[in-house]
Write a protein that binds this ligand. Structure first.
Ligand SMILES: [Zn+2]
Ligand SMILES: [Zn+2]
Length: 405
């Protein structure tokens, strides 16, 4: 009898607890049938003004080099209270998440690259050409590290990126202003320790060396309004991160798939799995050790395919060595960071977002005859005239509507 009484009470308590959490998760009670649910722990892009002393950090890519629809490769967008925005890495597939934020492309012109693996800069082409067609009015600005030799550095990479996309640029230059197709590169020493690579409008960005695959990779520290955010690139735990990331408000560091999961899901040999999972990258246990040493207000782990089958293994590994506040990132996770609080939410954004115009007028296309026509007479001679006849009425109506000659 006594036992039964206990069990009923326990059930009741569980029910009460679940009900209470449900109300909290929904952000509080809805007080009337025509009311709205307040603060639903969801961020709808473009609907919240950032406070002057706040940073909004968005995970636009948290995955791996192999493509997955659910998770793009590395990209973090930091928006600071003065309006400045910084992309940290622009990994393969990440631009679809960036675009869904509906931020005018003129505000997405500053990119900081941790290193030159495709999962950290593979979508530069999408930002470069896509942004050019969708409203960016000036050049892209890129900051990135040198390498051990000139051909392993960011300036070399971007120079040859533009050479590879020569056909793209030349054909766009004929119909669009070439200005937004330009890229300026600021290359800095990958060995520099806590050195300032950017300082404008009360925002300071510093670089730290990292240990990953070859010489060149770095991590970044962003400082604004007395807040310190660390954006760790790929690395084995290193002494520079321990020294300079200490006491960060929010510290991002990679935590890789566990060696057993690299064997199970990635088909790696046990030898490969150990090398990749514990030497080229950071294991969950080592990630936890880093975080319990630097003690950030909030720790973020990323760089793994985050699903039920991997998440728990990583979490258990991290919890062997770190018990503090933690996010294991997925795409479209967002953190609002201020002195008072660090709030993690998920973004709800449209799959079919259009670009949004910014305040600047697009520069005029080049004057006729100033840029060589990329179509030769041979190709033009293939023009099929019935197509012109078929669209003639539609063109006439359109021209009339817009007072065109
Ligand atoms: Zn890498
Ligand atoms: Zn990577």
């Amino acid at each position: 009898m006594k036992e039964k009484y206990f069990s009923i009470n326990f059930t009741l308590l569980t029910l009460l607890f679940c009900t209470a959490s449900f109300i909290l998760a929904a952000g509080g009670p809805v007080k009337s049938p025509t009311g709205t649910a307040p603060d639903r722990y969801v961020y709808y892009p473009g609907t919240e003004e950032l406070k002057k002393d706040e940073i909004r950090l968005i995970a636009c890519g948290t995955g791996l080099p192999a493509a997955r629809r659910d998770q793009a490769a590395t990209c973090f967008l930091a928006e600071v209270g003065n309006g400045d925005k910084f992309l940290f890495d622009i990994g393969t597939g990440s631009m679809a998440n960036v675009a869904a934020l509906m931020i005018p492309y003129d505000f997405l012109n500053k990119v900081f690259l941790t290193h030159l693996h495709t999962d950290h800069w593979g979508d530069l082409a999408t930002l470069w050409a896509g942004g050019w067609t969708a409203g960016r009015t000036g050049p892209l600005r890129i900051w990135g590290p040198t390498g051990a030799t000139e051909d392993m550095g960011t300036a070399y990479a971007v120079d040859h990126f533009l050479k590879a996309y020569n056909w793209d640029a030349k054909t766009r230059n004929f119909v669009l202003s070439p200005k937004p197709g330009e890229i300026s590169v600021k290359e800095f020493d990958y060995k520099a320790e806590n050195a300032i690579v950017y300082q404008e409008n009360d925002v300071t960005i510093r670089t730290l060396p990292a240990i990953h695959a070859g010489d060149g990779p770095v991590s970044f520290i962003l400082e604004y309004a007395g807040l310190k955010i660390v954006i760790g690139g790929d690395t084995f735990p290193n002494k520079w991160f321990i020294k300079y990331a200490a006491n960060a408000d929010l510290a991002i560091h990679e935590t890789f798939l566990t060696p057993p999961d690299l064997v199970k899901f990635y088909g790696q040999s046990p030898g490969q799995a150990l090398g990749v999972g514990t030497q080229i990258h950071t294991s969950p246990q080592a990630f936890g050790k880093v975080m319990s040493t630097i003690k950030p207000r909030h720790a973020v782990g990323y760089h793994f395919f985050n699903e039920q089958g991997t998440h728990d293994n990583i979490l258990m590994g991290v919890r062997e060595t770190y018990s503090g506040p933690l996010s294991l990132a997925v795409d479209n996770m967002v953190w609002n960071i201020s002195k008072d609080a660090i709030v993690e939410r998920m973004i709800v954004s449209p799959d079919q977002a259009w670009s949004v115009a910014g305040p600047n007028k697009p520069p005029s296309p080049p004057a006729k005859g100033t840029v060589p026509d990329p179509l030769t007479d041979f190709i033009k001679a293939g023009h099929w005239d019935p197509a012109d006849a078929a669209q003639a009425d539609m063109i006439k109506d359109f021209k009339k509507k817009y007072n065109m000659k």
